[in-house]
Design a protein around this ligand. Structure first.
Ligand SMILES: Cc1ncc(COP(=O)(O)O)c(C=O)c1O
Length: 436
């Protein structure tokens, strides 16, 4: 198979004219053309090999033979939509069910994390009959209009905050409101959600859902304080809302010790809705929403059919099944624990020597490192982080920087801290949408 139709310059020139420029390239100042991949490696048009620490999708390795074989075999046989009876969809749902707590036993298959989150919003609205949503600061939940509305990471640069969206502080114990020296950060951060709910009620509004990544990724690879989700779920349930865990980044064994990120909170916590995507199909567009019988029943009760042309088709489900098989057979959860621990050990070693490293944190292969220009003040070393990413590229390693640490957002979070020290109430008001 020929690897290139055009030389790199032509591809770039065509991309500039034909593809919307808001679809940004990695390393846009010096883009890379990738023509093939295998395992953890990507290869450019000259055969140069790069270690891929940037793609958060090819979970079992690029072009895993078991996955490509499952896809090709099913494609040769049948691919159609999910309104015919077929074994793959039920077999796959059953396999997913075995990874989740018993309560999460009804599945909807879709094609992207955004579709999954949009459907989760609909399920929550339909079940609670309320409208308002609480999200964590800096969150990103997808590119659909409904999800830009609940993604502070995006809406702050666009039209602003909708009146039905409420932003709770990110439970970041490194640079957030309550830090590692706080005696009970889980309770303190959960209380901010409780206070927010009270503020919402005072306005005569009602909570439909609390929406959060089990490990906030765009927000800076955050590990939620243990017990936070249980407490938040209690407050959200008392308000008649549901807890949605976005596992689009964290799911499928990436955290090593558990299959799902939310399980890090302990066995006594179970979300009402879990959304999943990215690694599910190892590059094939495959995503899903898992929920409870009660929520699914409320969604059915409106009498409107939910139909998704491609969601849950036999090829997608065959691929999803192959991914689950590989995770199991190759003990990739064990691998995530082992390799992640090794990586963190190396980074901690560097931290001891290099003052620019302010923090190293993570679980399994969900790992982040904070670069700071001043350890005391925890000032983000934004330029240096960009330089490091460029330097790693020279070393043939692709890795990503978290945008939540850019200057604009930093100014924003400093403002929180400043106000918080003066008056917690004012801080919460700052996060609420402006009264209209
Ligand atoms: C946490 C999270 N949720 C949802 C999405 C949206 O997924 P998709 O790009 O597949 O629509 C993303 C994508 O980056 C994500 O990181």
């Amino acid at each position: 198979m020929t690897l290139e139709m055009f030389n790199k310059e032509t591809t770039l020139a065509m991309r500039k004219t034909l593809i919307g420029q808001s679809c940004r390239l990695f390393y846009s100042e010096d883009p890379v053309k990738i023509v093939r991949a295998r395992g953890q490696y990507l290869y450019d048009e000259n055969g140069t090999r790069y270690l891929d620490c940037i793609s958060n999708v090819q979970h079992v390795g690029h072009c895993h033979p078991a996955v490509t074989k499952a896809a090709a075999s099913q494609m040769e046989l049948l691919n159609t939509n999910s309104r015919f009876l077929h074994d793959n969809i039920v077999h796959y749902a059953d396999r997913l069910r075995a990874t989740l707590p018993d309560k999460l036993c009804v599945f909807y298959f879709v094609n992207s994390g955004s579709e999954a989150n949009d459907l989760a919003l609909r399920l929550a609205h339909q079940y609670s009959l309320h409208e308002d949503v609480i999200v964590l600061d800096h969150a990103y939940h997808g590119h659909l209009t409904s999800l830009i509305d609940i993604s502070p990471y995006k809406f702050r640069k666009l039209g602003g905050q909708k009146e039905w969206v409420h932003v709770a502080p990110l439970p970041d114990t490194y640079r957030g409101l309550y830090r590692e020296d706080h005696s009970d950060p889980a309770q303190a951060y959960a209380d901010t959600v409780k206070d927010l709910i009270e503020e919402v009620h005072k306005k005569g509004r009602k909570i439909s859902a609390f929406f959060a990544e089990s490990l906030p990724s765009v927000g800076g690879q955050i590990i939620l304080p243990s017990g936070y989700c249980q407490k938040v779920a209690e407050y959200v349930h008392s308000a008649g809302g549901v807890f949605v865990a976005d596992e689009v980044q964290a799911g499928f064994g990436r955290v090593g010790s558990h299959f799902w990120g939310f399980q890090l909170q302990g066995e006594d916590f179970c979300p009402d809705i879990v959304t999943m995507g990215k690694p599910m199909g190892n590059g094939h567009p495959l995503a899903c929403v898992a929920t409870t019988q009660e929520i699914a029943a409320a969604f059915t009760a409106n009498g409107v059919e939910y139909f998704n042309t491609f969601g849950g088709n036999p090829v997608s489900c065959a691929i999803g099944l192959a991914v689950l098989d590989v995770i199991e057979k190759e003990n990739l959860q064990g691998n995530a624990s082992k390799v992640g621990e090794h990586l963190r050990d190396l980074l901690w070693g560097l931290k001891a020597k290099l003052p620019i490293i302010g923090d190293v944190r993570g679980v399994g292969l969900f790992v982040g490192m904070e670069l700071v220009t001043d350890r005391e003040k925890r000032t983000p070393a934004t330029e240096e982080a960009a330089q490091l990413a460029r330097r790693l590229k020279v070393e043939k390693i692709f890795c990503s920087r978290c945008r939540a640490c850019n200057r604009e957002n930093r100014a924003h979070s400093h403002r929180y801290v400043h106000r918080q020290t003066k008056d917690k109430r004012r801080h919460l008001r700052l996060l609420l949408p402006k009264a209209t």
